[in-house]
Design a protein around this ligand. Structure first.
Ligand code: ADP
Ligand SMILES: N[C@@H](CCOP(=O)(O)O)C(=O)O
Length: 306
């Protein structure tokens, strides 16, 4: 078989909000969505991970839909692809699986339609699909990110001076982001939003100066979303107490939940995760690291995988 050029995309998971940074803060995590693709005469998606088995195996797959829509945004025709997809990112658990899928779709359109999108353009497109820039920014750029959206302008800063070890407590049940956004209020009183914004600012400042105690306090003091979403995640308080007892400095809902993000001082992740495993049952404890690279793409020669 003649070796062929295969386009490879690897996108990290992400945990958004870090508590009070609603729709703005996120951290990229070392769990990945990986995809390999080449031109074909029809769409064909080979799903390699058990979690993906129910997804469409043709152009109805969300990743293909994003690629097709991105291409048409730039008035280009997306060619059909044959591809493989595998993923370590738990679905609908607040770990940014949808943002990672969108990033992959945008990268496919960029490569196979020769769009030559800038990083800023990619961020704007992924944010438009996802609805908020937090997961999108972390999956694209890696690290701890602050995103903001004003109209169609999306700005992003990567804070590479912030360090911590993330541990994720992942329950078996799914919670779709759409459902978890439905419990949020339409409006927030001015005085409450002033306080909520101050809490988010203080979280970032405390993480930057490594004031872990203050950071933990701010993660718990969020007023934007956690008070409303806690009813959907009844085990939150119990997990929080056990994580703090095990040595985590801060605990928050991961994205829209139901997973719970626990932060430890740099270097303490292994030890704290071990303790958490001893007292938390029925949920997966993932001892992770920050992904500092974000989405990576490459070409490889292959005569075998596809
Ligand atoms: N690899 C994938 N391929 C196709 N669709 C995906 C993939 N990953 C996620 N999705 C879509 O995103 C949905 C989950 O998105 P969402 O509710 O926002 O949760 P999450 O917190 O995981 O992003 C899935 O039910 C599926 O429709
Ligand atoms: N800021 C969003 C983040 C959603 O993240 P996900 O991983 O749950 O999709 C929100 O809180 O709704």
């Amino acid at each position: 078989m003649m070796p062929r050029q295969v386009f490879v995309v690897k996108v990290p998971a992400s945990s958004a909000n870090l508590g009070p940074g609603f729709d703005s803060l996120a951290v990229a995590l070392n769990l990945y969505l990986e995809l390999e693709a080449f031109r074909s005469d029809q769409w064909e998606v080979e799903l390699l991970s058990p979690s993906l088995m129910d997804f469409p195996r043709d152009e109805k797959n969300y990743i293909c839909q994003v690629a097709l829509q991105t291409a048409s945004l730039y008035k280009q025709k997306m060619p059909p692809l044959r591809m493989t997809v595998k993923s370590e990112i738990p679905l609908a658990r607040g770990l940014g699986s949808s943002a990672a899928a969108i990033v992959a779709g945008v990268e496919l359109a960029n490569e196979f339609c020769g769009l030559q999108l800038s990083e800023r353009e990619k961020l704007a497109i992924v944010t438009e699909f996802e609805g908020h820039p937090d997961n999108a920014g972390a999956s694209l750029f890696g690290g701890v990110v602050v995103g903001s959206q004003i109209g169609t302008e999306v700005d992003l800063t990567v804070l590479d001076q912030i360090q911590f070890d993330p541990i994720l407590v992942v329950p078996q049940e799914e919670l779709l982001t759409e459902i978890s956004r439905d419990v949020l209020p339409q409006d927030v009183k001015f005085s409450r939003s002033v306080q909520a914004s101050a809490v988010a600012n203080q979280l970032l400042a405390s993480l930057m100066v490594q004031n872990w105690k203050l950071a933990g306090k701010m993660m718990a003091a969020d007023l934007f979303h956690q008070p409303y979403r806690k009813e959907l995640v009844p085990f939150f308080d119990d997990v929080r107490e056990k994580a703090i007892q095990s040595g985590a400095f801060g605990v928050a809902l991961s994205g829209a939940g139901p997973s719970i993000l626990c932060l430890t001082e740099p270097g303490n992740g292994d030890q704290v995760a071990e303790k958490m495993k001893q007292c938390i049952n029925g949920m997966e404890i993932m001892n992770l690291t920050i992904d500092w690279t974000g989405c990576r793409t490459s070409m490889k020669k292959s005569g075998f995988a596809l």
